[in-house]
Design a protein around this ligand. Structure first.
Ligand code: URP
Ligand code: ZN
Ligand code: ZN
Length: 465
């Protein structure tokens, strides 16, 4: 059974050219002129790009006194509607659990639900000698990257001893260390001071997590990685000071330091947390939103390749949760910003928002958009060229992208399982027309054609292998 995607313009991280794409079974078998197949997907007037890969998501994650509201079906369906055909989720290690047990918990969450392909990072919260010794087995588990949190004191945070030991072990076994870089000890003091002063509204979430504490933790993690010889990927970088730390590392010749930012950090500031009433709680995530000057720095960072990936940190909660069968959500923090679950939705909007407000306005090129959202994620996380490329031999994870297709974003029509969107009312130009995962059509216009349970775990290679 063959399918041809006909008459489109193929866009990869490096090239843009008119070509048909022939799919046989689950893979691309040819890219060229005048190809034909058993069935045809019309791509005239469209770009044909590799499916988006979102390497930073939190589906069905226990966090902040509740659980993130998308599961491995609703999150996958939303991702597909936005043109994302693979994601890598964080399997959070319960204290005392082995890494195998941790991954088993997350595999169970995805089983029977997954509609797109997925991988896992392990988030290490507890590193006794036995778990340190188990780390190399992550190669066999196919989960070759691990995140450590330098924030969320008393919950997920690890100390520098744990971070450095993990880095040494990762360096010896070609694993990739990821850090949530904020100084959790200092933040904890600032939160306690704010609460004591009666500063309880959402805006104090941003005010108690200043940019300098992200820059400090970023610089510290980079220096530790340099000493340990580890490959380091800084997640959800938000501001100019943290970016400067990455640039300084590159300037002194450290080629093993990588960083991502997330879509939302280009568009919102700490002032969004000060919106009328409790509205600002929708924008509570960590690290928090910063200043307009930081947005400018981030655009510069993706354009000059200091930042290699744009992900979403999709971690949705209901704004009005705890009713009608919903899990508790942002309302948990009505009495205090410190109790607002941290996280925002965004797996669905990423490619569309960045196309409209990045590519169309000339902030990033079409090829750079593909590189940041589809190709670099696959390269850095051990699944290229199976994923992230339009070429013979690659999985047929493909998006037929309508450059003039319009969308008005609304929680009411979105597919993410939450009652708000950060981008509510935004009018976007450029959206998926057809989305395929390993040759199967998942989305055709507004119609869902995917299947629960059809998504597969992607066993990723060690870093750089
Ligand atoms: O606020 C956020 N980012 N929630 C998800 C957990 C994390 O730190 O990535
Ligand atoms: Zn984080
Ligand atoms: Zn996250």
């Amino acid at each position: 059974m063959t399918t041809v995607i006909k008459g489109g313009t193929v866009v990869t991280a490096s090239d843009t050219f008119p070509a048909d794409v022939l799919i046989e079974g689950e893979q691309i078998v040819a890219v060229g002129k005048a190809l034909s197949g058993d069935t045809t997907i019309d791509a005239s007037g469209a770009y044909v790009i590799p499916g988006g890969i979102d390497v930073h998501t939190h589906l069905d994650m226990p966090f902040g006194g509740t659980t993130s509201s998308d599961d491995f079906f609703t999150g996958h369906r939303a991702a597909a509607f936005g043109g994302t055909t693979m994601h890598i989720d964080f399997a959070i290690q319960p204290k005392g659990a082995t890494l195998r047990e941790t991954l088993n918990i997350w595999h169970a969450k995805a089983r029977g639900k997954a509609a797109i392909d997925y991988g896992f990072h392990v988030a290490i919260t507890d590193l006794p000698d036995s778990v340190l010794a188990e780390m190399p087995r992550c190669v066999e588990y196919g989960a070759t990257s691990m995140k450590l949190f330098l924030a969320y004191k008393g919950a997920l945070q690890v100390d520098d001893t744990t971070l450095f030991r993990a880095m040494q072990q990762a360096a010896a076994h070609d694993l990739l260390i990821m850090v949530h870089a904020e100084n959790g000890d200092a933040i904890d003091i600032l939160i306690k001071e704010a609460l004591a002063a009666g500063h309880l509204t959402p805006k104090y979430h941003a005010l108690t997590r200043p940019a300098g504490l992200e820059a400090e933790a970023t610089g510290r993690a980079i220096r530790l990685a340099e000493v340990a010889g580890a490959n380091l990927y800084v997640v959800h970088l938000t501001n100019a000071g943290a970016l400067e730390q990455v640039r300084l590392a590159h300037a002194r010749g450290s080629t093993n330091i990588y960083a991502e930012t997330c879509t939302q950090y280009f568009f919102f500031t700490k002032d969004d947390l000060a919106r009328e009433g409790f509205e600002g709680a929708k924008w509570v995530c960590s690290p928090p939103f910063r200043e307009v000057s930081d947005q400018v720095a981030l655009w510069q960072g993706v354009a000059d390749t200091s930042l290699q990936v744009i992900s979403t940190d999709h971690c949705p909660f209901w704004f009005e949760g705890g009713v009608q069968g919903r899990s508790p959500g942002k309302e948990l923090g009505q009495g205090s910003f410190a109790a607002i679950p941290n996280g925002c939705p965004g797996i669905e909007e990423r490619l569309m928002v960045l196309y409209t407000h990045g590519v169309r306005v000339g902030k990033i090129s079409l090829n750079r958009w593909v590189e940041l959202c589809c190709t670099n994620p696959a390269k850095l996380f051990g699944c290229y060229p199976q994923k992230g490329l339009i070429a013979p031999g690659a999985d047929a994870d493909i998006v037929v992208w309508g450059p003039e297709t319009t969308r008005t974003i609304s929680a009411a029509t979105n597919h993410q399982r939450t009652d708000y969107s950060l981008y509510e009312g935004w009018q976007l130009i450029g959206a998926p027309r057809t989305v395929l995962s390993r040759g199967r059509v998942l989305v055709e216009g507004d119609t869902w054609a995917g299947e629960q349970g059809a998504g597969r775990f992607v066993h990723r290679r060690p870093f750089g292998k």
